[in-house]
Design a protein around this ligand. Sequence first.
Ligand code: SF4
Length: 65
Amino acid sequence: MPYKIEQDYEKCIGCGSCTSVCAGNWEMKDDGKAHPVQEEVEEIGCNKEAEEICPVQCIKISPQK
Ligand code: SF4
C-alpha cells in the first residue's frame, strides 16, 4: 500500500532523530532541518519509526487509496 509522507517543516527543530532511525528516506539539509527524500513511498518501512520518534510530531504518514 502506498503512503504519503507529510512534514510540518516549520516545526522541525533539526534534532536528527528521523535521520538516525530512517536514513533511507530522511536527510538533513543545509538549512538545518530534516527532509524526506521521497514524499510518496510504496512501503511505510522505517518512516513509521521516524514518525514515532519525532519529538515535535511534525511527521505525518497517511495511507493512500
Ligand atoms: S525527528 Fe522531527 S524534529 Fe527531529 S529532525 Fe526529524 S522531522 Fe525534524
